[in-house]
Design a binder for this molecule. Structure first.
Ligand code: AP5
Length: 216
């Protein structure tokens, strides 16, 4: 299974990719998580990425492509992966195709999560994340049992710096301008499957499973 999860910020890519990769025994590769980990570790990659992430802009293609070349060559990705948050530009998509071709591999499917802008804003401004285990909550639709505390590990929950409303609006514009052209790109290659990302987490998961199992 080699899948790309494509969709605007807040569409539920991470929520679904984490579960499905775990269930399928494949790697979950999320570029945003890798960049945030690099920032937390204080690496030069993390510090460079922060300059873009804080304003909702994309990190330059060459930085992301180098990072993904290394990540997809790791042993845990050899049997399959779900990539979430990459590619985000045509240049990144071309680079991914090249990397896979060199490895004698190909994508099975690109899943596009369709969600209205109003719902994306609601989700992102209400999202809270565990500082330790990264479990994702929502203040209204998936609240923790104790406010501000992770159900799983008891650590503090925080709001991402780029989840304030102004930055979210910018991220949505960046998606429309730079990432949405990938829909036509993957449609032309027979790889695109669109699912509604607006149902319950379980309903969206079932739709993805159906899309992955369906004939291309
Ligand atoms: P990244 O971390 O990838 O952010 P994103 O793509 O904007 O996506 P999000 O993580 O915000 O949302 P998601 O779709 O995963 O939603 P989630 O499951 O959490 O990227 C951040 C930044 O890094 C970028 O802006 C850029 O600067 C940089 N970057 C990353 N990749 C890059 C690349 N390839 N090139 C260049 N730059 C790059 O869900 C959101 C909320 O909704 C949660 O609260 C969740 O509980 C809730 N929720 C989920 N599903 C449902 C549901 N079905 N119903 C109700 N609520 C739901």
């Amino acid at each position: 299974m080699r899948l790309v999860f494509l969709g605007p910020p807040g569409a539920g890519k991470g929520t679904q990719a984490r579960e499905l990769a775990h269930a399928g025994g494949v790697a979950h590769v999320a570029t945003g998580d890798i960049l945030r980990e690099a920032l937390a570790a204080g690496t030069s990659l993390g510090l460079e990425a922060k300059r873009y992430m804080d304003r909702g802009a994309l990190v330059p293609d060459d930085v992301i492509i180098d990072l993904m070349r290394e990540r997809l060559a790791a042993p845990d990705a050899a049997q399959g992966f779900i990539v979430d948050g990459f590619p985000r530009t045509i240049a990144q998509a071309e680079a991914l195709a090249g990397l896979l071709k060199d490895a004698g591999q190909a994508l099975d499917r690109v899943i596009y999560f369709e969600v209205s802008e109003r719902e994306l804003l609601r989700r992102l401004t209400g999202r809270r994340i565990c500082r330790r285990c990264q479990t994702v909550y929502h203040l209204v639709s998936a609240p923790p049992r104790t406010p501000g505390v992770c159900d799983r590990c008891g650590a503090e929950l925080y709001q991402r710096d780029d989840d304030g409303e102004a930055t979210v609006r910018n991220r949505l514009e960046v998606f429309a301008r730079q990432t949405a052209p990938l829909l036509a790109y993957y449609h032309q290659r027979g790889l695109l499957a669109t699912v509604s990302g607006e149902g319950s987490v379980e309903a969206v998961r079932a739709a993805i499973r159906a899309a992955v199992g369906a004939e291309r």
